[in-house]
Design a protein around this ligand. Structure first.
Ligand code: ZN
Length: 336
């Protein structure tokens, strides 16, 4: 499956029954033309937008749509339907600017090529510049006939009030734990891994699936946790070496490395308080138990405060190399 098809495979959409029911309630004759999908990131909002585009254009009867097998659904699944448009942050850019929006507005004003509606999915709406949002206003005010605009965002509060007031808001919440577990198991995760990913990703199935599909990122996560776990009581040279490795970690960012390390030490604290059921890194339980038995709670708390301090340094733009060295050296001094 190519990358585009992976992003448009609405048949893999899990949960969000309430949002889907409210969208279907509008029927296919007169759908609301401008919608904002708001909720935490990686929980399935964008895929719901694709699903809705498929629903509006499916050739099957209302109660069967989207069927997944008609020519319209198939094209959407392949990411090749001419009436579904996606606007996303261009490569090497961090925002969606006015030129991308104007280009899409031009497209959306044409009648549908072959479907019932032209559907325009704007991804990461929080990254639209103010200028781009202003360029959208007229289209939201007077939407072209047979066009539906879906603005997907994890921060609806950052949209200009003039934009959000012209759209109907559909709220999304993270996936409940049982649905996360079963979706991950269906995708091949064993029970232990499914438990860990479910706890780590907190309702964000998209994030959990990315980890599952990319074994390298899982290995990287394991090696980062392994390095942090070995630090208390290690010698200075070991600490400096660990800092060098952590600084070059291929995890998303230094902030992600710190967050992961801190979550591991939080697990130690939770274990030392006897609350095993609250542990996030369940696949590391035996190592956690071993460490929790050797580290006094005061040392664990000190380690956590070292992480908090490192996060503050990061926010103040201290170089990741320096703060990682400081963190690792201080963690090595934590008494065992
Ligand atoms: Zn269909």
């Amino acid at each position: 499956m190519n990358e585009q098809a992976f992003h448009t495979n609405f048949l893999t959409l899990c949960g969000h029954q309430q949002a889907r029911a409210s969208l279907q309630k509008g029927g296919r004759r007169q759908p609301f033309p401008s919608l904002v999908f708001d909720g935490p990131s990686s929980i399935g909002k964008r895929l719901t937008a694709v699903w809705y585009g498929a629903y509006l254009n499916c050739l099957a009867a209302d109660e069967k749509a989207p069927c997944g097998i008609c020519t319209s659904c198939k094209k959407i699944l392949q990411g090749s339907h001419p009436d579904l448009h996606y606007t996303r942050v261009p490569e090497k850019k961090t925002v969606v600017g006015v030129s991308e929006v104007r280009e899409a507005i031009h497209e959306i004003h044409h009648a549908p090529f072959e479907g019932n509606y032209r559907v325009w999915v704007i991804e990461e709406g929080e990254r639209l510049t103010d200028e781009a949002q202003n360029a959208l206003l007229k289209t939201l005010e007077e939407p072209p006939g047979r066009a539906v605009i879906l603005l997907v965002t994890c921060l609806a509060g950052t949209l200009l009030p003039t934009v959000s007031s012209r759209c109907r808001l559909v709220r999304f919440q993270g996936l409940p734990r049982p649905e996360m577990l079963s979706a991950l198991q269906q995708q091949g995760a064993d029970d232990e891994l499914a438990e860990s990913l479910t706890s780590l990703c907190d309702g964000a199935l998209g994030a959990a699936l990315s980890l599952l599909r990319d074994p390298k990122s899982l290995q990287e996560r394991d090696s980062v946790i392994g390095l942090f776990a070995e630090l208390p009581g290690s010698d200075l040279w070991g600490a400096v070496e660990a800092a060098q490795t952590l600084e070059k970690s291929k995890l998303q960012s230094p902030a992600a490395v710190l967050e992961l390390g801190m979550s591991f030490y939080r697990d130690l604290l939770v274990l030392s308080a006897g609350c095993e059921q609250l542990v996030l890194h369940k696949d590391r339980l035996s190592r956690l138990q071993e460490l929790a038995a050797n580290l006094p709670p005061a040392s664990i708390r000190r380690a956590i405060s070292e992480f908090q301090e490192a996060e503050q340094f990061l926010q103040r733009n201290v170089s990741p190399r320096l703060l990682m060295q400081r963190l690792c050296v201080n963690l090595s001094k934590v008494s065992v």
